[in-house]
Design a protein around this ligand. Structure first.
Ligand code: HSE
Length: 425
């Protein structure tokens, strides 16, 4: 198999290194030698993490997708404009394409898969979600007998690294982000990691495959981690929870929920203990029940593991190019975020005066929201107190009404913080 690579950065370099290391065993497994023969790079002279002595380098990416000898193109440059043009050209030239580009698949996957089907080539993207964890293959193959009820995952390594460092080492947000960038985990624009856009790309891909519906990235309710504070992490810990940035997709009647947001998870859940850059996806199927997939969500050789597995699938003719793994799709509406039912964590900063707690509980009761637990702490050096509350399961719009009512009160000293709680049962 002759392979052309677009991009020899972290992932492309990892692919070359893993193929050098494991090329012989892959050949024994498949009967074919995978050879990277040509690579399109931005700057031929740049230092790389891999040896390129037997690879022809070009600064013209179209030379790769138009090369007559190349069977498979690996799109590892990211972005959604040039990469889309290159992928379309490769497919129209009859080449299989493998990509790690979640933004490209989330935004343009419906049309690109159709184009690949029309051209009778494969478009595979295992590496686009959760790095090296074979979660797409698990959903398409291993879990294919199940009706998937829900999935919930830590699918951004950078965000998980930041939250873990804040909780375990008391590090500040910016410092932890800088380290994730230096380690090559973060996106070119790290706001994609921090604001949940990267997770929303990945969640929309997982949901489409799990539920057999089209990609609907623009419908994912998305909230980042930049507003999670050290106080929230401390109160959550005290109440028995860990804050994780989760992507959640669930059947809700004849609709689906798709949401990415900071989430309190009980410390008893395995996924609450997934730390650092590691990813994990919890899938609930009607036959198997709950299963958990855990591993490295980013990094050169981990992501290369998924890219190369897709090449091996092409050699073995294993993965069909249906529409996201389904022969026919179901139209599933995405539930409005206001109608999502959840338990909530709410944190308030209020004047520490007699009667304030009574007023707060009255607002809860007027909005039919019940309080399950509550912690109150005096803020050192002034007359304010933090109150952290856990509610019962209610509609998102009801907790929003409570938030607005409290923010209108004289005793309220700051915007009211609300974070979803997910039981994951
Ligand atoms: N920026 C991504 C992450 C890389 O941190 O998870 C892997 O998709």
């Amino acid at each position: 198999m002759k392979v052309g690579v677009l991009g020899l950065g972290t992932v492309g370099g990892g692919v070359v290194n893993v193929l050098r290391k494991n090329g012989d065993s892959i050949e024994r497994r498949t009967g074919e030698r995978i050879q990277v023969v040509l690579a399109g790079v931005r700057n031929i002279k740049q230092d790389r993490i891999c040896d390129t002595s037997d690879i022809e380098l070009t600064e013209d990416p179209f030379a790769v997708v138009n090369h007559p000898d190349i069977d498979v193109v690996l799109e590892l440059i990211g972005g959604t404009e040039l990469s889309k043009d290159l992928v379309e050209t490769a497919i129209n030239n009859g080449k299989h394409v493998i990509t790690a580009n979640k933004a490209l698949i989330a935004k343009h996957g419906n049309e690109l898969i159709q184009l690949a089907n029309d051209n009778k080539v494969r478009l595979l993207f295992e590496a686009s979600v959760a790095g090296g964890i074979p979660i797409i293959k698990a959903l398409e193959q291993g879990l294919s007998a199940n009706k998937i009820e829900s999935l919930a995952g830590i699918i951004n390594g950078t965000g998980n690294f930041i939250l873990s460092e804040m909780k375990d080492k008391g590090r500040d947000f910016a410092d932890a982000l800088a380290e994730a960038q230096a380690l090559g985990y973060a996106e070119a624009d790290p706001t994609f990691d921090v604001e949940g856009i990267d997770s929303a790309h990945k969640l929309s891909i997982l949901a489409a495959i799990a539920f057999g519906t089209e990609l609907q990235f623009d419908k994912v309710y998305t909230k980042g981690i930049s507003e999670v504070t050290a106080e929230d992490i401390r109160y959550a810990t005290e109440l028995g929870y860990t804050i994780k940035h989760l992507g959640i997709a669930k059947r809700a009647g004849d609709a689906i929920e798709m949401r990415v947001h900071p989430t309190l998870i009980s410390n008893k859940q395995l996924i609450a203990n997934v730390n650092g850059v590691m990813n994990a996806v919890l899938v609930k199927g009607d036959a198997l029940g709950t299963s958990l997939y855990y591993g490295a969500g980013a990094g050169d050789e981990a992501t290369a593991s998924a890219v190369i597995a897709d090449m091996i699938d092409i050699i073995n003719n294993q993965t069909s190019n249906h529409i996201l793994g389904w022969k026919s799709q179901e139209k599933l509406k995405v539930l409005d975020a206001d109608l999502i039912e959840s338990e909530f964590y709410m944190r308030l900063l209020v004047s520490d005066k007699r009667g304030v707690l009574a007023e707060i509980t009255q607002i809860f009761s007027q909005n039919n929201v019940s309080i399950e637990s509550l912690v109150q702490k005096q803020v050192d050096g002034d007359n304010n107190a933090h109150i952290a509350i856990i509610t019962n399961k209610i509609l998102t719009r009801d907790i929003q009404a409570v938030k607005l009512a409290i923010e209108a009160c004289e005793f309220n000293q700051d915007s009211v913080k609300i974070i979803h709680i997910e039981p994951l049962d």
